[in-house]
Design a protein around this ligand. Structure first.
Ligand SMILES: [Zn+2]
Length: 337
């Protein structure tokens, strides 16, 4: 009976451990809280670029690196006077959502952090008068050395998988999951536009994107601890240093899809940038915006805190493109205007 109960709550406890990566906040922040109120003017280094000229159009790509975990800004610039039909784009076999721009089309590609490095095909195609035109472009995707933490971390009571959350807590967790599914599954018609803003007023990464961490797990039986194989997870966003009350800014223009307390994320904001592109901000102290509100890039949306499963004040920010997580910092290199 007891084990059945443990098995029942195991996914919940594992999820707790999965989210409770935010130990980085234990480091002492270097900035006093709430002094600055403008987004950090992040000066990205050289971006990687690729461009192909096919006469009728040019395809240009820009990213921090063409490597795992990076966002890539793709632009199709129509150079001919001939009116081309709306193209269909695929990256590595996955359809990419195109948006109309002044001189052609734009798209944000996501190189998944767990994607196999190597040569990838970008396909542009259209149909006209019953015939199909196809252009293939080849992009070499490099691997990224994601940080690896080897020592298993003790998460205190969250390492104890025997703790059974109350029915009230379980219901709250379920309610939070439902809301997130609703928001992340929906594809709204908005368009991700530049500029891209840094989400904080200071740049100090305390835990990088896709860092892998190991967490101790044990169960208690007959008053004894039995250690299980440590669980491992990949950090789905970036942790940025900050003290309680420091400002948090929207990374790009969009609509506030979530601004409410959640079990794991604490006070949680999700900005919907349209076409299934989202930025998310966790563990906030408070909100400066309401759900449904439109925000601009660099607009104050909340304040750094340590709510939810967090052991110290910091900002966890994540960015996803059509369900694929990418390093939020990589967006700052895409030159999106
Ligand atoms: Zn984090």
């Amino acid at each position: 009976m007891r084990y059945r109960k443990i098995i029942k709550v195991l996914p919940v406890v594992l999820a707790c451990i999965f989210i409770a990566h935010c130990l980085s906040g234990m480091e002492k922040p270097e900035q006093p809280g709430g002094v600055e109120s403008k987004p950090y003017r992040y000066a990205p280094g050289d971006a990687a670029r690729m461009e192909w000229d096919r006469g009728l159009f040019r395809l240009s790509l820009r990213a921090r690196r063409f490597a795992q975990g990076n966002a890539v800004n793709a632009e199709i610039i129509i150079t001919s006077k001939a009116r081309l039909p709306r193209p269909h784009m695929e990256y590595d076999g996955r359809a990419v959502k195109l948006i109309k721009r002044d001189r052609g089309y734009g798209a944000m590609l996501a190189i998944a952090p767990d994607e196999k490095p190597g040569e990838k095909t970008i396909t542009l195609s259209w149909e006209r008068d019953g015939s199909r035109t196809i252009y293939n472009f080849y992009l070499t995707v490099r691997s990224t050395e994601f940080k690896k933490f080897t020592r298993a971390i003790n998460l205190g009571r969250f390492s104890n998988i025997s703790i059974v959350p109350s029915q009230e807590v379980l219901s709250f967790i379920e309610e939070c999951s439902r809301k997130k599914r609703e928001v992340f599954d929906e594809s709204t018609s908005g368009v991700l536009k530049g500029p891209i803003s840094h989400p904080r007023d200071a740049h100090f990464v305390t835990s990088p994107f896709w860092a892998s961490r190991r967490y101790q797990r044990y169960r208690v039986a007959g008053g004894k601890r039995f250690y299980l194989k440590a669980s491992t997870n990949a950090h789905s966003g970036v942790d940025l240093r900050g003290e309680v009350g420091d400002p948090v800014f929207a990374m790009a223009a969009g609509r506030i899809a979530i601004a409410e307390p959640m079990y794991y994320e604490g006070n949680y904001i999700v900005v919907d940038h349209g076409n299934r592109i989202f930025s998310s901000y966790m563990h906030l102290e408070g909100f400066a915006v309401k759900e449904g509100q439109n925000v601009k890039a660099g607009e104050l949306i909340g304040h750094v805190g340590s709510t939810g499963l967090s052991t110290g004040a910091h900002l966890h920010v994540s960015f996803s493109i059509d369900g694929v997580p990418v390093d939020p910092i990589s967006l700052l290199y895409t030159g999106l205007q």
